[in-house]
Design a protein around this ligand. Structure first.
Ligand code: BG6
Length: 507
């Protein structure tokens, strides 16, 4: 059953607003993220008429390149990373005319005068997007300051990871904070820009239905899974020093967990939302070093097949140390120590080269207290389950017990109420970066992380990293195209529960 019909007219607060002309400087201008996500997203918003054609986008990096050859690379990236139907020649040409390139060395005095000349003395909003390694966030900020490039309308965007641990995150936050005011610092977590992640706020706080049940009295446990089929995709140099816990859990999974479990903010204002998320991060039950063996599982993919195609193992990927013990999979069990959630487990799981690309939140409700149906004990009745599909096929499924149609007795069967956002709204789902890149220009930081959130997340992650080291917890191998090491299944089954994919393998 399809749940809801399309509302008449689009609510005004949902309409995307065009932004005034701006200058966007992207450090790491020749990097993978810039070509794969940032420029395609800026192009899509340009094509949607949200960017004024007089805006300027400046790619900055150490590579010696002319603006002309940079534009050729951007054109190629748009063709490669966007669907043909989402690109047209006229708008692509107009977009490329906004783009230029400046060679800048963040660690030397080289190129800052060129950048200054390129920016001129315009008083537009000026965004410095640091899509570089976090080690050079502070040097770039210092150079921007000494080159006199920071205006009253300047903002800086910090791409994740913000540091490698709590100490480096603090150093970065401190260094950037010496140059930019906190409200001018946008720490990006692109999961917060995903439509369905924002929809969590709508689901929870624009419907009276769920809130009375949204606690450990009615919810038995929650699972959050972010599964990818891709491997490290040429990012071995970065990934091998990070691993799944730092790359995905410290930021994306914890942010999603916060939105699922936080108290209702009093208003949808930046600090109200961030304050509530922070309370969850502070209330997360610590996984002490000695608990890592029972409550976490590390894995590393081996060769296997994805979609019927053979793929190589992690250790054979370019840029990976042949004896690397970096995890490409992690699952763990935590809980939140507050009144709403006391005693209710939350399972997190993420990995590369898994069976399916899917990100979802599964809320398992408690069973009915007593069965009135002859022949059915409460054990036979499947408890309700709310599945929030973050991607792909964004939507919500509610699993309900129903009567099987027909005479001859009352037989119960599970049926699923399915709300597909794509079918309901019939419009393109923008990439998360599209919304976030323009929110920076708008000066709207609600969907970005505040300094204390990042540090609280590291504070929770660090004992896990320490425990893995102290107890020499090496990642367990898993075959590409599966759901990770069997120990991950074992961890949840010890609690007499199963991962959602075990119960619904072909969703
Ligand atoms: C990034 C990670 O932040 O998120 C990548 O660094 C990961 O390793 C990516 O592949 C996943 O994002 P998405 O939007 O494809 O789920």
């Amino acid at each position: 059953m399809t749940g809801f019909s399309e509302p008449a007219g689009e609510p005004p607060q949902n309409r995307q607003r065009a932004v005034p002309p701006f200058d966007y400087v992207i450090f790491g201008g020749t990097g993978d993220l810039t070509f794969r996500k940032l420029l395609p997203s800026l192009y899509s918003t340009f094509r949607d008429g949200l960017i004024d054609p007089s805006s300027r986008i400046i790619g900055a990096s150490r590579s010696p390149l002319s603006s002309e050859s940079y534009r050729a690379r951007v054109a190629e990236a748009l063709s490669r990373h966007l669907a043909p139907a989402d690109v047209d020649d006229v708008s692509r040409q107009a977009f490329l005319e906004q783009i230029s390139y400046v060679e800048v060395n963040a660690l030397a005095d080289d190129g800052w005068d060129r950048l200054s000349a390129a920016l001129g003395d315009s008083d537009r909003v000026r965004v410095f997007y640091l899509a570089t390694s976090p080690d050079i966030f502070n040097p770039i900020c210092r150079q921007l300051k000494s080159a006199g490039l920071i205006t009253d309308k300047s903002r800086v965007v910090l791409e994740k990871p913000i540091g490698h641990d709590l100490a480096t995150a603090r150093q970065i936050n401190h260094g950037v904070g010496e140059v930019f005011a906190e409200q001018a610092i946008f720490r990006i977590d692109h999961y917060l820009g995903k439509e369905s992640v924002q929809n969590l706020l709508a689901l929870r706080f624009a419907n009276a239905l769920f809130d009375p049940l949204w606690n450990s009295r009615y919810i038995e446990h929650i699972q959050i899974t972010v599964a990818e089929t891709v491997g490290v995709e040429g990012r071995g140099g970065y990934y091998d020093h990070a691993g799944a816990l730092r790359d995905m859990v410290q930021n994306h999974l914890l942010q999603v967990l916060c939105l699922v479990t936080m108290e209702p903010p009093s208003q949808l204002a930046t600090e109200s939302v961030r304050d509530e998320k922070l309370k969850i991060l502070h209330a997360l039950g610590p996984i002490a070093r000695e608990d890592v063996l029972n409550r976490t599982v590390r894995g590393q993919y081996r060769a296997g097949a994805i979609g019927g195609q053979p793929v190589s193992g992690y250790l054979e990927e370019p840029g990976i140390q042949p004896d690397s013990d970096t995890e490409t999979f992690v699952s763990l069990k935590t809980e939140i120590h507050n009144w709403r959630w006391a005693g209710m487990p939350i399972y997190l799981r993420t990995g590369k080269r898994l069976a399916t690309k899917t990100s979802e939140i599964v809320v398992h409700f408690r069973a009915v207290p007593h069965s009135i149906f002859p022949g059915y004990g409460t054990q036979e009745m499947l408890p309700n389950k709310l599945v929030i599909r973050v991607q792909p096929n964004e939507g919500v499924n509610l699993h309900l017990m129903t009567k099987e149609p027909g005479p001859g007795g009352l037989r119960l069967r599970e049926a699923v109420l399915n709300l597909s956002f794509l079918d309901t709204f019939k419009q393109r789902f923008p990439d998360a970066y599209e919304r976030l890149l323009l929110d920076v220009v708008r000066g709207q930081p609600t969907l970005f992380m505040r300094r204390d959130e990042v540090e609280a997340a590291w504070n929770w992650i660090e004992p896990i990293l320490d425990g893995w080291q102290e107890f020499n917890v090496r990642p367990k191998p898993y075959v590409s195209g599966t759901w990770g090491p069997s120990a991950s299944v074992g961890m949840i089954e010890r609690d007499f529960r199963s991962w959602h994919d075990e119960i619904c393998p072909d969703r």
